[in-house]
Design a protein around this ligand. Sequence first.
Ligand code: FAD
Length: 377
Amino acid sequence: MKTNSKNYTEILEEICTTTIAPEAEKIDRNGTFPEKSINTLKKSGLLGAVSSPEVDGLGLGIRGATTVVERIGQECGSTAMVVMMHFSGTAVLEAFASKEIREAAARGQHLSTLAFSESSSRSHFWTPTGTASRNDNTVVLNAHKSWVTSATQATAYVWSSQPVESKERSTLWLVPANSDGLSIDGVFNGLGLRGNNSSSIVASKVKVPFSARLGPDGSGFDTMIKIVLPMFCLCNAAASVGFMRAAIDRTASHATHTQYEHVPPSLADLPTIRNYIGRMKVITDASRSLLLEAVSAVENERTNALFQVLSSKAAAGESVTQVLDLAMRICGGSAFRKDVGVERYFRDARAAGIMGPTTDILYDFIGKTVCGMELFS
Ligand SMILES: Cc1cc2nc3c(=O)[nH]c(=O)nc-3n(C[C@H](O)[C@H](O)[C@H](O)COP(=O)(O)OP(=O)(O)OC[C@H]3O[C@@H](n4cnc5c(N)ncnc54)[C@H](O)[C@@H]3O)c2cc1C
């Protein structure tokens, strides 16, 4: 069956059950890129979820992207992360890249990602210090990117730099992964999302054609705010909701099936345990409601859409750590020993709050908005 915008959830469900779930534990244990899962998603056409039907994409928009990432997040955080970065990069390609590149991204033959964070500006990705200087029809890039998901697997990076001439904050470029002068630093060995293949990348006199520019010189910040932030923040929130839903299923199953020989017979017969599970559910549902509200605000171009997007990522990033803490507490020694399968989500969950814009920065932005202050002054 070929995937289309009507049957995509059925196909997604099948891939999640038959491929992504069985691969997840091995990817986490070995810290390897989720190659089989990504290839299966590619073949199904689901990597083209946010690409326009004009280039043979599914045209599912931000609602479809978050649906896909949330469902994958229930099985494998690393795969969800790779897919969310592909959707975030592809949203930029859809706006500014050639038809040929957009077609390749829609087919999943061009795996996209973002190269925004730098060792100098750290989580303040909106102020790159990497440079771009023009030499006739060529641009020379120098930078130290600190984290790039899918670093060794992406086809090209959506890359931020200081503008060439403009006085604005940044300019975006499409930098092929095989460009001379790029060096990828080491293998990812992190606490969670262990298969996301994130590495730092140094660009030393990397030459790209001037036509590789994504949008006008100096328009990078505008693209980050209007195109990247909604897609990235809401997919990130969706992945967190996926982790929380998986944790509830596993925790409830453990609590109802774990027997004591004396009274009460199961963990779930203890009121405290039921109370914790109830809390997990309420926190998760609240995050999911905020996510759906933000998706709707973006779709309808509501004036408060950006605020909703920031709130959704902040809430989900905070909630996912609370829910996974509760899961670890309820499942006790079995969770600590990996028997229940919640500790992988517990580790994966820690990334949401530190991925830019981080939860602390989001709270600051939200506070500024509430107080009627400028976000980026
Ligand atoms: C798994 C993973 C994958 C990633 N993939 C990518 C990718 O593909 N592309 C990409 O560009 N980046 C990526 N990143 C990087 C990410 O977006 C952040 O840039 C990075 O995590 C920031 O880490 P840092 O410690 O350098 O931040 P720092 O800026 O050093 O922040 C450290 C702490 O200080 C707090 N802080 C900083 N500034 C403020 C402030 N103004 N107000 C309040 N608190 C503040 C932060 O909230 C944080 O808790 C990835 C990160 C992770 C963890």
